[in-house]
Design a protein around this ligand. Structure first.
Ligand SMILES: [Zn+2]
Ligand SMILES: [Zn+2]
Length: 159
């Protein structure tokens, strides 16, 4: 991890890397947090991905569907970084990650009453069902740190 951070730091002196409990980009503080004890390919890919968010200066998003765009773009930037650093990112891993977001977005958009897939409202906080007119609230969308693949609450996820 230190070696990779060193290389990234050399290329992009303005980036700030901070040891933390997980990998994430914080637009609020302008830091890339990383799990200091993490090792292996997944850790490398996560670091490149979060660096992608940082380099693209991702600030957040309003509508849920925008999240997927940001994720795709961050992975695209991560691919470029990987190529420059002669690291290989498994394409299947990228698709798995993107599927996690797709699932999350899907869960938020399903009517809790009749399970019709619905559209997010203009306030970005509510969804409304076409079919039964139920309205439900989702957490306001923004970058947040949370835990991927949590079964119970599809409200937050690490991006
Ligand atoms: Zn409904
Ligand atoms: Zn991300």
């Amino acid at each position: 991890m230190d070696k990779l951070i060193g290389e990234l730091q050399t290329r992009f002196p303005d980036l700030r890397f901070t040891a933390g409990r997980q990998f994430y980009w914080s637009p609020e503080t302008g830091e890339i947090f990383y799990k200091a004890e993490a090792r292996g390919r997944h850790a490398t890919w996560s670091l490149l991905h979060e660096t992608g968010h940082a380099l693209l200066e991702h600030r957040g998003y309003k509508a849920d569907f925008e999240l997927l765009r940001l994720e795709i773009d961050a992975w695209q930037r991560a691919r470029q970084l990987a190529e420059a650093l002669q690291i290989e990112i498994d394409e299947e891993h990228i698709q798995d990650c993107l599927d996690t977001y797709r699932d999350w977005l899907h869960k938020r958009s399903i009517c809790p009453n009749c399970t019709t897939k619905s559209l997010q409202q203009g306030d970005f906080v509510h969804y409304r069902c076409f079919n039964c007119h139920t309205t439900w609230r989702v957490t306001a969308s923004r970058f947040r740190r949370a835990y991927r693949r949590s079964q119970d609450v599809p409200q937050t996820l690490a991006i």
